[in-house]
Design a binder for this molecule. Structure first.
Ligand code: HMG
Length: 445
């Protein structure tokens, strides 16, 4: 069977930076630790005035194609995942294809283009589409370009404002991939939920506290569903667990539940029994409430054990490093977590070939998806080629007043004449409006 997976990745970050502890917290009247410790975030990436989902996606895709020596003829599919689209009909992939045609010889007329929507999980769904297309033999030897791009902005003074971000991840899905092979097995947890939505509006309506519980419930369902097809998961089977990361504190909550689930009935539960007892079983309780209370006490104790903390430090923490400095990128978030984790392994000089990743994607509304990835021979070269550290380092540091202005500049309902903060160079930039109300773009040398 042909192996199919992610061959290469490029990341584009919004070019502005908002420091949450130093700049945002004081204006909100919050302690800086709410951000750095509670949510686990230091900064948000923000788009400059000439950046949007198209420029960020096109810039990431351009670098990816250049680095891999690809021409438009090598790409048979361009799928964009976003929840920040500005057009109900014309997909963002057509705009991005148009941008790429400005800089490559040839065109993408032969390529199937689309746009996927299901909140943050649609980046992973687009990878699925590409995987199925290749496995079905419809690709004619071509690869698929999957681009997850979002400006994850919330209305001013919404609690979600603390978790904003903007950026794009471009991924090349191909046969015999260099980075990770995808499992055929998948698990789903999907339900009609009203926790985060954008009914004909730019900024989301969010029930923040509820969204946290919905995330946990759907992830749990997806894990159990995965086990139906992939067999029982053991916590130590995986080198990394990249999860959708709206903010690292969310993953901290999910990770302990995943650990509890995947150590149940294993030697780890037995080894921990002396210290914190065995996991409560529902049969032993008269009521659901008593059972849930005992479960919650066990989970609190589990979190404090050295065994759990060592697992968390090795499997989960490395996946959160980039997210701490960029915030939520919605569709791109879990794909940033994968790169973050693999980057940490590369920096530590680990030989990760053959290691497995347990990848947990999630989108509000709501759906979770779990699958497994296997690290491939040339993973290190692919990860080391990503220059995200330099890009994060060179972001323009916003004052609070500038942040207010640029937030307005990205608000379709506000008039704004804010000047750009940085100068576009060797990248795509927004170039005004066309005669039918379309957004136009040009490559700035
Ligand atoms: P909030 O109510 O302002 O914050 O908003 P909080 O009071 O809950 O504090 C946050 C954490 O900081 C808490 O930690 C506090 O204890 C801690 P926890 O108890 O939960 O572990 N804290 C402190 N820690 C140390 N020192 C201090 C301090 N002060 C407080 N001094 C909320 C939080 C998540 C509700 C908000 O940010 C929000 O609405 N965010 C947007 C929704 C969201 O991200 N939900 C996550 C799950 S849904 C999802 O992931 C999907 C999504 O990506 C969208 C999509 O799929 O398209 C959002």
């Amino acid at each position: 069977m042909t192996s199919v997976g992610i061959d290469a990745v490029e990341i584009h970050t919004g070019k502005l930076r908002l420091d949450l502890a130093e700049t945002f917290a004081p204006e909100m009247g919050d302690a800086p630790e709410k951000y750095t410790k509670g949510l686990g975030l230091h900064a948000s990436s923000f788009p400059d005035t000439y950046e949007d989902i198209v420029t960020m996606g096109a810039n990431a895709a351009h670098r990816l194609m250049k680095r891999k020596g690809l021409e438009p003829d090598d790409v048979g599919r361009i799928d964009v995942a976003t929840e920040s689209a500005f057009d109900h009909s014309k997909p963002v992939s057509t705009y991005i294809g148009g941008c790429l045609e400005q800089v490559f010889d040839g065109d993408f007329h032969h390529a199937n283009k689309g746009e996927r929507k299901f909140a943050c999980v649609s980046g992973t769904q687009s990878i699925d589409d590409a995987y199925n297309w290749i496995k079905a033999g419809r690709n004619r030897g071509r690869a698929a370009l999957v681009i997850a791009t979002d400006t994850a902005l919330y209305a001013r003074d919404d609690p979600g404002e603390a978790t904003q971000g903007a950026g794009a991840v471009a991924m090349l899905i191909d046969e015999d991939p260099n980075l990770v092979e995808l499992s055929t097995e998948q698990g789903y947890g999907s339900a009609d939920e009203t926790d985060f939505l954008k009914p004909q509006q730019q900024f989301p309506s969010v029930d923040g506290k509820r969204s946290v519980n919905v995330y946990l419930a759907r992830m749990r369902e997806a894990l159990i569903d995965y086990e139906r097809v992939g067999g029982k998961i053991h916590a130590d089977d995986f080198r990394l667990g990249p999860f959708h990361t709206p903010f690292p504190g969310m993953v901290r909550k999910a990770a302990v539940l995943a650990y509890r689930h995947t150590t149940r009935d294993t030697e780890i539960e037995e080894e921990l029994a002396e210290e914190i007892g065995r996991q409560p079983r529902s049969e032993a309780f008269d009521s659901d409430e008593a059972y849930l209370e005992a479960l919650s006490e066990y989970t609190d104790a589990l979190k404090e054990t050295e065994r759990y903390q060592a697992w968390y430090g090795r499997t989960i923490d490395p996946t959160l490093t980039l997210s701490r400095h960029v915030g939520n990128w919605y569709t791109g978030s879990v794909h940033v977590a994968r790169v973050s984790g693999l980057k940490a392994l590369a920096e530590a000089g680990e030989d990760a070939v053959g290691e497995r990743l347990l990848v947990g994607s999630y989108g509000s509304g709501a759906q979770a998806e779990i699958h497994v990835e296997t690290v491939q021979e040339d993973w290190r070269e692919e990860i080391e080629a990503i220059d995200i550290d330099e890009r994060l380092e060179s972001r323009y540091e916003l004052t609070f007043e500038e942040y207010e202005d640029v937030h307005d500049a990205h608000n379709f309902d506000e008039e704004s004449a804010v000047e750009e903060f940085t100068v576009p160079e060797a990248e795509f930039a927004f170039d005004g409006w066309g005669r039918m109300g379309e957004r136009k773009y040009r490559y700035v040398e």
